[in-house]
Each structure stands twice: as C-alpha cells, then as structure tokens.
Ligand binder design. Structure first.
Ligand SMILES: Cc1cc2nc3c(=O)[nH]c(=O)nc-3n(C[C@H](O)[C@H](O)[C@H](O)COP(=O)(O)OP(=O)(O)OC[C@H]3O[C@@H](n4cnc5c(N)ncnc54)[C@H](O)[C@@H]3O)c2cc1C
Length: 490
C-alpha cells in the first residue's frame, strides 16, 4: 500500500513537494486553510481587474524550467510568458528615470550615460556575479538541504571566502561612485529580505539573475505558475482540500500520526508543513517544538508590506510594468524596517501594472495597479494608518506622472500586517519569511526535518534556501529528496 503523506498549506513549496512525492509513488493530500490555493501567490479578480496578491517579479526562469522538466514539461507547454523590455523603471526624481533594458548591452549603455567608465566595471562585476550564480544556483542549491556546514565548503567556495566576509553594499560602493547606480545594484538583494549591508557579497549572483537572465511576465499573471503546478500535482494523483485549517498535529511514540482539521482526525504516515515554520510548531505539544518563541523573536525577518490593489478607469502614460520609486532615502527606510522598526517617514515603494504588458488583466482603457510599501514586521496596523500611506504614495505617483490618479480610482483594496497574520498565520505578519543574512544562511536556517518528531518535515521560505518563489520551489524538491531517501532508499 502507498504511504500516506499530508502536506499543510498550498504555497509554492507545498505544491513542489506534492508533485515530487506523488511522482515517487506516495499517496499525497494537501490541506489548505484558505479557500484559494497558492499561498502568498493567490490571485483575485474584481470588476474585470486581475490582481496577483503577492509575487510579481518572475526572475530565475531556469529554476521554473528545471521544475517543469522534472515532469517532462516545459513552461511553454503550460503558460505564455514574455520577457519585459524595459525590465523595470527606477524613479529617482521627477526628471531622472532609469529604464533597465532587457540585455546587458543596453544596461551597460544606460550605466555609461550616468557614470563614465561604469559600463566596463559593470561587465566585470556581472562576470563574477554570473560565476557565482552558476556555482550557487545551478550547482549547489539543489544539493543543500541545510544539514551541515560541509554542504557550503568546497574548493570553489573557499576561494570566494572574502565574498562571505564582505557585504554587498560595500562591494558595490567600492566599484561604483554614482548613488543611483549603487541603489539599482543593491535592489536585487532586497528579495533576500535583509539590508544590503547585512547581506554577504556572494549574493551578488542576484545581479546576474536581474541583468543577465531578465524579468519575465506570464500572460495571466504569476498565478499561471500556481495553476500549472496544481495541474501537474493532480495529474500525479495529489488530492486538494481547501478551507481546511490544520488545528493540531498528533504525535504518538515520538512519531507523527495525523492532523486535526475542524475536529476530525486525519491519519498519515508522513507530514510536511509548508505553512510558516513558527506557526507549525505551535500546532505541536510544547515538548515536541524545536525552537522557542525567543528563537523566533530574535531572527532577522524579511519585511512585512503594506499593499494596495487599485483599479483605474484610465490609462497612465508615463509608467512601465515594474516601477521602483527610489525618490527618497534608501538607507533611512532600511533603518526604519530593520534597525529601529517603525512606520517609515518617507518610504521607497514599488508599483506594478500588469495591464501595461497584458491588456486583458484590466478592462478596456483601464489599468490595474499593485503598490507595495515594505515595512517592519509587527507594526500597528489600522485603517487610518493605511489611508495615510495611501494618500502619500498616490501623491508621489501623481507628481511623477503629472496625472490625476485619485479621482480615477474605481476599485481599491488594501492588505497589511493584520492580513498576513490572519490569512497565512505569519509570524509578525512577515511577507516573505526569514531573511538570508550570513547567520541565517544554509545550515543555519530552521531544519527541513524535525529533530524531535519522526516523520515530520518542513518546507518553504523559512527553511532552505530562503525567501522568494524560486527558492520555495527548490525547498519542495529538497524536502522530497530527503523523504525519498529516508523512506525508499534506506
Ligand atoms: C507581497 C509579496 C510580494 C512578493 N514578491 C515576490 C516576487 O516578486 N518574486 C518572488 O520570487 N517572490 C516574491 N514574494 C515571496 C514569495 O511569494 C514567497 O517566498 C513564496 O510564495 C512562499 O511560498 P511558501 O511555500 O513558503 O509559503 P506560502 O505561500 O506562505 O504558503 C503557506 C500556506 O500555508 C497555509 N497555512 C498556514 N497555516 C495553515 C494551517 N494551520 N492549516 C492549513 N494551511 C495553513 C497558508 O494559508 C498558505 O497558503 C513575495 C511575497 C509577498 C507576500
């Protein structure tokens, strides 16, 4: 008889795990608390507008491709995707907008116009960044379940030890003089959830992911990826249960025996949780938890976010698909997230408009706006505060575009700390898990396999490799490899 596997949650890591384990012959079921599957990458449609609720930057297409190839498919069999040009626009002030093109040559030209000689330096920097990408992502990532320090040590990483000691901010500042170029090159590591000054320079492979591999957009939004993974899971026999919050994990003789959902006991042989790790441990009796409340509160968390989903009854001319409003002080905002957590005085923010690329994601002559303001976790979250920041960001967009936005809003929804907590059981309302700092990298992250309870495993952005959609997909592969090794090959 097939071994019965239960997976808590339906985010990218859970979907990935479910596909690999079902393919390996396990009987897999997913229990998701929300009505919709996809976790932080859910999508909603309202009045003809389509909004991805979370991820919008499709980076590292090779990781998506590798996943689909494992199931004898290509992404192009499942969804249409377009490489964006410009990849994104960075707004420094009303007059200074930098458009990042879709090839290194174009980007080098743009750099050269801002700082003479920077083009050559960029090519050299990206050569190193590409080598690090090939080492870290192509070769090491899939072999690093975070069990020991030795996964990190090999002749190539030892020769790069200085990149683990230096941080990426100081590396970039040494090479480039212009503050605008420095900010653009520091932007990619924000996906790792920590300040550039706290992120090892080795992570400059994210710059190759950005400039070298490009920014892509699936036709119907990021949710195309979720739906494709669900399709593969179902083809392999995975069963899906929505509106099914797991309230308790049952342990007998130090071994998982099942879960409780709405007072019903559901038995299993193996349990994997793709829900936030900190929450999953709360579902266990105290003696079975590996990490204390103090441990979680001392971690460096990736930021939370204040989000706005907005429908406009007109088109906006002077903006692109991805727009970064870097028109205020980067370091000050970073301090307000990490060092002295508080609502930022004058935040940087990000504006995404998918209808710029795929018109059908908004009604005719309309535009769908997704605004993200990064903030510290656990901040007070009230309607008044949300409204204050809404006015602030809309004024900045109006100033930049020289267009009236506010009076053209026909749909508006906000999302913040309280929603992250109630929708995803997220610690402190974090948006994307635990940051990848030096002390929270690889074997120093929470473990994929419980040390206290047999047959209990974890996946997702709080484990290895870390935050973001590609790492979540890899996390699912790593945990399923561990289980296949423990159950089948032992
Ligand atoms: C606003 C935002 C923007 C982002 N932008 C990007 C981006 O542009 N590019 C990128 O690559 N990444 C981005 N990310 C990060 C990325 O979305 C996440 O890292 C990834 O989706 C996390 O997947 P996961 O599998 O770890 O977990 P999640 O997506 O968090 O899934 C966990 C699931 O578990 C469920 N759950 C929780 N508790 C229970 C319970 N008790 N019982 C049953 N189910 C439960 C939750 O409802 C949820 O569905 C963004 C995230 C956010 C929030």
């Amino acid at each position: 008889m097939k071994k019965k596997v239960i997976i808590i949650g339906s985010g990218f890591s859970s979907l990935s795990t479910s596909c690999y384990l079902a393919k390996a012959g396990f009987d897999v079921s997913i229990y998701e608390k929300n009505l919709d599957f996809g976790g932080r990458a859910r999508q909603f449609k309202e009045n003809g507008f389509t909004f991805d609720m979370g991820p919008s930057w499709y980076w590292m297409p090779d990781v998506f491709e590798r996943f689909f190839n494992d199931f004898n498919k290509r992404s192009s069999d499942l969804y249409e995707i377009k490489k964006l040009n410009p990849a994104y626009r960075v707004i420094f002030d009303n007059e200074t907008h930098l458009k990042i093109g879709d090839s290194i040559d174009e980007i080098v030209d743009s750099f050269e116009k801002i700082e003479k000689g920077s083009g050559k330096k960029l090519i050299k920097f990206l050569n190193e960044s590409k080598k690090n990408y090939e080492l870290a992502v192509t070769n090491m990532l899939y072999k690093m379940p975070g069990k020991s320090i030795f996964e990190l040590i090999n002749s190539q990483t030892i020769s790069k030890i200085n990149l683990f000691i230096t941080n990426i901010k100081s590396q970039i500042n040494k090479i480039f003089k212009d503050q605008k170029l420095r900010s653009v090159l520091q932007f990619p590591v924000l996906f790792l959830g920590a300040k550039p000054s706290e992120t090892p320079a080795f992570y400059n492979f994210m710059n190759y992911a950005d400039f070298g591999l490009g920014t892509w957009q699936p036709k119907n939004g990021f949710y195309d990826v979720v739906q494709s993974m669900i399709k593969i899971a179902k083809e392999n026999g995975v069963k899906f249960y929505n509106n099914s919050p797991v309230d308790k994990i049952i342990v007998k003789d130090n071994t998982v025996s099942g879960i409780i959902v709405k007072k019903s006991i559901i038995e299993c042989d193996i349990l994997i949780s793709g829900a936030d790790y900190s929450h999953t441990e709360q579902l266990l009796d105290k003696k079975y938890r590996q990490y204390s409340e103090k441990y979680w509160s001392k971690r460096t968390w990736a930021p939370s976010s204040l989000l706005f989903y907005i429908g406009l009854d007109k088109k906006i001319n002077d903006l692109d698909h991805h727009n970064l409003f870097f028109d205020t002080d980067f370091d000050k905002h970073a301090d307000e997230i990490y060092t002295k957590p508080k609502w930022p005085e004058s935040p940087l923010f990000y504006l995404n408009i998918t209808s710029k690329t795929f018109k059908h994601t908004a009604p005719k002559n309309c535009e769908n706006l997704f605004i993200l303001v990064p903030i510290a976790t656990n901040l007070e979250d009230t309607d008044e505060i949300r409204e204050k920041y809404f006015d602030l960001v809309i004024r900045r967009i109006e100033k930049t575009t020289n267009e009236n936005i506010k009076s053209h809003i026909i749909f508006k929804k906000s999302y913040c700390v309280k929603d992250f907590k109630s929708d995803y059981n997220s610690f402190g309302g974090n948006a994307y898990g635990l940051a990848n700092t030096l002390t929270q990298t690889a074997f120093l992250r929470p473990k994929l396999k419980s040390k206290k309870v047999k047959k209990l495993y974890f996946s997702g952005q709080l484990t290895v490799p870390g935050p973001g959609v590609p790492p979540a997909i890899v996390s699912g592969k790593l945990v399923s490899d561990l289980i296949i090794n423990d159950e089948v090959n032992f």
